[in-house]
Design a protein around this ligand. Structure first.
Ligand code: ZN
Ligand code: ZN
Length: 172
């Protein structure tokens, strides 16, 4: 895939930890502008010509419609899509692709979580975990005042004896 999501640093030479070298005379520059100026003044060619002849060639075809695209600079090269409508289209495609990726990611996560619980069921680990959860509820209940307990479990009083037992057992 071409330039999608490509990070274009403001000062590529410095960012990449090395200086930009002119491929024609080996002189080094701190940044893109320095190199660009040098190419134009010293070698008397445009930066586009330099890019085409010495970097990647004339890769200026819109990946959607095949028209030629704009030259952006010696680091960026050519735009991946031409004019407004193709750029917008590519943008939408990119957003859609990101969305799909996100949905896929979510699906994988929930599948993974499901599998973790499945494994726990097999190993009996889930019983321990559920027991631990139950214990922490019990512990929390010990910290509740009588009123708070009433608020939390008062509705149970409306249940018959058996149902009450069962409900309390379920929660504790
Ligand atoms: Zn040079
Ligand atoms: Zn196009």
């Amino acid at each position: 895939m071409a330039a999608r999501g490509r990070f274009i640093p403001k000062n590529p030479g410095k960012y990449m930890g090395h200086r930009l070298k002119c491929l024609l005379c080996d002189r080094e520059f701190d940044n893109k502008n320095g190199l660009s100026r040098h190419i134009i003044w010293t070698h008397k060619i445009t930066t586009e010509q330099y890019y085409v002849d010495h970097i990647k060639g004339l890769v200026n075809t819109c990946i959607r419609c095949g028209d030629s695209t704009k030259f952006l600079g010696i680091i960026e090269g050519y735009a991946i899509s031409c004019g407004h409508s193709c750029s917008q289209f590519m943008n939408r495609e990119r957003i859609k692709a990101d969305k799909d990726k996100y949905a896929e990611y979510n699906k994988n996560i929930s599948k993974a979580v499901g599998e973790i619980w499945k494994t726990r069921e097999v190993t009996g680990e889930n019983i321990n975990i559920r027991k631990k959860i139950g214990e922490s509820i019990k512990r929390n209940n010990l910290l509740l005042s009588k009123d708070e307990m009433n608020m939390k479990y008062g509705w149970l009083n409306k249940l018959s004896g058996d149902e009450y037992e069962k409900a309390v057992k379920n929660d504790l």
